[in-house]
Write a protein of this length. Structure first.
Lengths: 408, 408
């Protein structure tokens, strides 16, 4: 949790950290700035001291909403610095020296986090190593400081996550109901009352509209029919008309508008009816889902639910990445991941990671099976949290019916 | 232009480049992949060779839309690599070795571009320097390879930019008209026919809706009234009710849905009437705008329009960053910037840069004046392009009237 940051810094022997951002939404800056809409800022924090937020003067009014100490270019005489027309990288070195000074960071091990242009920082890191004497800049891979802090959510975060979940469930229900108002043309196309074919683009527009009305924003939904659904991240062909009897993978992972907490859910729908093949695939994935949920427990290795699913699928003869290397058929991804300000957080429910499930985790469970040659894929995903008592609470309460009946 | 990439690589003595991305939209990957919706991929290009796109197997179906040669984990035995349970950074080094090999990049100077977690790459760059023998990884600041390519847009890009411009102009007109259907309450609040106060949040919702209907998405619009408008990047207080006689800064910079080309426009509106102070501020900024447009010419230094505005504002006694360092009053930013897949591209219309205007540029002109203590700010921004003949074509055709009359 956020309150553990100082302790997690100590564990890493970090004296301070700097979060760098660019003009895009930055989840780490958001995490530290209490929802202030700051773009392009730096967060600097000395261990056991409050964080400092550095922003362009144009952002100071927004930055004040963070509750942090806000500093700006005027505090480091930036315009004077610019007027010297230093080379860009030399300018950055001088900027960093002044910034670190402002935040009272006078030396020691400084963790560098955040997202920015690698071309700029490849050059800068080399210069920093030479010119920031007394500082050791520290990177990390794997379970980083912020991964570890974000592993468990505090009460404020959980409240926001529950709100996003409730709204996302509403959007799923509305979409299900709306598609159901359509009817089937004799050729299997789904059409509206006027006979107009219902396209994937129209469905996505409907979903975007429903999200917008709830102050949520899409971050790249998947609505993939038939063969497209057999490629887990194919977003679907917008121009395509919905057809009855096809497996449709609908993966929706919106967040609070402007950047914030996510929900992540997948349903597989077959409109009008399901073929025996699709029904059988669905039943198998549903059974895998139920087994994985049963093995999701606080204190448990996060590998266990994944291994359970691998064992189950393999026992039925489905290829997996464990049994068949880089297969494109069968079960081709891990079981799930943490969800928060980033769509993919820790813990990882993967056989290649060593995370342990615990209270405060918010994770997905999303087994799937994919058969491009049979023009079908299926994935079922809920988001769940592990509460203070260790109970697993399902946040995705929307039903898991496969066949979406046409009422129109 | 994109077609100049090989030549621009030669100019930098680069034998190859790699673009890294994370799970978010990446403009450089988009630039290279012809609109394929690929997330988390790497683009590798050897000079004078076609680019190669490396993606997670889950993305291969989308990646195929790029027209590039697509390679995936199975081509580098990634699952086997994962099974060895190497430390995360050692795994990355091995991944890069195999990737570079796949793309036929066997050594030399390799430019690194794209956006990713700095904590990961700070560690990786140090390892690469030790372990990628025969390679020199190259960073750059200032005018980078892609900045330079993107300086000028080709015909396909310009066609898309024109479409986004047309749609954005429509949204501005709709918003203007819709606000105009409201009426004034006796206390100066703007209310609808039922007497409900019109909030900034409601305006933003209206705009988002209008964007959505046109396949555009917002990237953080500003609708800032009174004092908020005097801080150039304050996004405005959503809960606030619109009031007559206040300067409202409305800065809209949407892009194609899911990531793509932007438009960028600002208008300053005063509802019902303008106070003499707001009118005077507006007239001054409008004059600065006209003067800057006049000085925007192919072959001209991009400093010239900015210097023209600085001279004009200072001649009237307004503080600027040139005359008054890090002032928060007066003219506190540069005149404009290139616009494309990124909202801020080159050329920079700044006295601190040495860019030259040329055919194919798509830029903003956006003078402004800001007086927090007087509760008012004003900015007027058009996006213009310089066509093949050198003519400056205004893409923001929406009118620049200050007073938005209430008809309701």
């Amino acid at each position: 949790m956020k309150q553990d940051l100082d302790q997690l810094m100590a564990k890493r022997n970090l004296d301070a950290f700097v979060i760098v951002s660019d003009e895009n939404y930055n989840p780490l800056v958001d995490y530290m700035t209490n929802g202030a809409r700051v773009f392009g800022g730096y967060v600097l924090k000395k261990r056991d001291q409050p964080a400092v937020l550095f922003v362009n003067p144009m952002e100071i009014e927004e930055a004040a909403h963070s509750g942090l100490r806000v500093v700006s270019y005027s505090d480091i005489n930036y315009t004077e610095l610019l007027s010297n027309r230093l080379p860009e990288s030399a300018l950055q070195v001088e900027l960093w020296k002044r910034l670190l000074g402002l935040a009272g960071i006078t030396g020691g091990r400084v963790g560098i986090y955040g997202t920015a242009d690698l071309n700029v920082y490849l050059e800068l890191f080399r210069l920093f190593d030479q010119q920031l004497t007394g500082f050791e800049l520290v990177g990390e891979s794997g379970m980083t400081l912020f991964d570890e802090a974000m592993l468990t959510k505090d009460a404020d975060e959980l409240a926001r996550i529950r709100t996003v979940a409730r709204k996302t469930n509403e959007v799923l229900q509305l979409t299900w109901d709306w598609i159901g108002t359509h009817r089937q043309h004799e050729d299997g196309q789904v059409i509206n009352a006027e006979g107009t074919p219902l396209t994937i683009d129209a469905v996505k527009q409907f979903v975007l509209q429903a999200l917008l009305e709830r102050d949520l924003e899409d971050t790249g939904m998947i609505f993939a029919q038939g063969r497209d659904g057999a490629f887990p991240h194919s977003r679907g062909n917008d121009a395509e008309t919905l057809r009855t009897g096809q497996a449709i993978v609908f993966d929706l992972f919106p967040r609070e508008r402007g950047g914030g907490y996510h929900h992540d859910v997948t349903r597989t729908w077959s409109i009008g009816y399901a073929t025996p093949q699709v029904q059988a695939l669905y039943d198998t994935v549903m059974e895998a889902f139920d087994r994985s949920l049963e093995m999701t427990q606080a204190g448990q290795s996060a590998q266990v639910p994944q291994l359970t699913v691998l064992d189950y699928f393999e026992s039925l003869g489905h290829p997996t990445r464990r049994s068949h290397g880089d297969t494109h058929n069968g079960y081709v991804h891990s079981l799930g991941h943490g969800v928060g300000l980033k769509i993919h957080e820790r813990p990882s429910l993967s056989q290649f990671r060593d995370d342990v499930l615990q209270s405060g985790n918010v994770i997905t469970l999303e087994p799937g099976l994919y058969y491009p040659d049979q023009n079908m894929g299926c994935r079922i995903e809920d988001m769940v949290m592990i509460d203070d008592s260790g109970a697993v609470v399902t946040l995705t309460t929307f039903h898991k019916q496969l066949v979406l009946p046409l009422q129109g």
